[in-house]
Design a protein around this ligand. Structure first.
Ligand code: SF4
Length: 207
């Protein structure tokens, strides 16, 4: 089924009813939104990022019904992808979930910093987790040529301002993909504001 630019719910192409690891210390529902502005060679959600139309649509009705039935079992909802930040009307999805009494976390590649800032400022999301893919110089290689070093540096300058403004509501993580050396990771870490640290994740090769 096609994505409908007027209906942000039409981007929901994956649904994990219970997760114990996508939001630390919370039992969460994870919604996976199709589409992404990058083409990272190490992507684990390639179909979701590139061909979301080929994946089954999870309807708004089914999601909200699940939230109603599990409200007392869940601590929150994680909006992941793909890359959700560029989806038109994402804030309406966030508002609908928040109205049902559950806090939200958004996972993002950080390249649409204004949207992340506005979601936090409007209190639509409690937490934003941003993937810093590596040092800015390696962004072209790490993103399949979709993001230049300059674009990454500019976007992250805004993300870092947002991180300083919202403190622990913004977190950063980096996956140790094979293209990154230890020096790359330390260089990426050194770009963060002093108030924030970089959480490292192991890379698991695609099977
Ligand atoms: S940003 Fe994430 S979802 Fe998009 S291509 Fe890269 S790894 Fe995949």
């Amino acid at each position: 089924m096609q994505l409908d630019a007027n209906d942000p719910w039409s981007y929901v192409r994956g649904f994990q009813p219970v997760s114990l690891c996508d939001w630390p210390e919370k039992v969460s529902l994870v919604l996976f939104f199709g589409t992404c502005n990058l083409r990272c060679p190490t992507c684990h959600n390639w179909h979701l990022a590139v061909n979301p139309e080929t994946l089954p649509l999870i309807s708004r009705k089914a999601i909200l019904a699940y939230l109603r039935s599990r409200r007392n079992w869940l601590d929150g909802v994680v909006i992941s992808g793909g890359e959700p930040a560029g989806i038109p009307g994402l804030k309406d999805v966030c508002a609908a979930i928040k109205e049902r009494g559950l806090p939200l976390k958004v996972d993002s590649n950080g390249l649409r910093p204004r949207i992340l800032h506005d979601l936090l400022a409007a209190d639509l999301v409690l937490q934003v987790a941003v993937d810093l893919k590596g040092p800015f110089a390696k962004y072209p290689e790490l993103t399949g040529g979709r993001c230049s070093s300059r674009q990454a540096e500019s976007a992250f300058a805004s993300v870092f301002e947002t991180a300083v403004e919202f403190g622990s509501r913004v977190s950063f993580r980096c996956t140790k993909v094979p293209a990154l050396t230890r020096e790359d990771i330390e260089l990426a870490r050194s770009c963060l504001p002093a108030s924030h640290d970089l959480v490292l994740q192991d890379y698991v090769p695609r099977s």
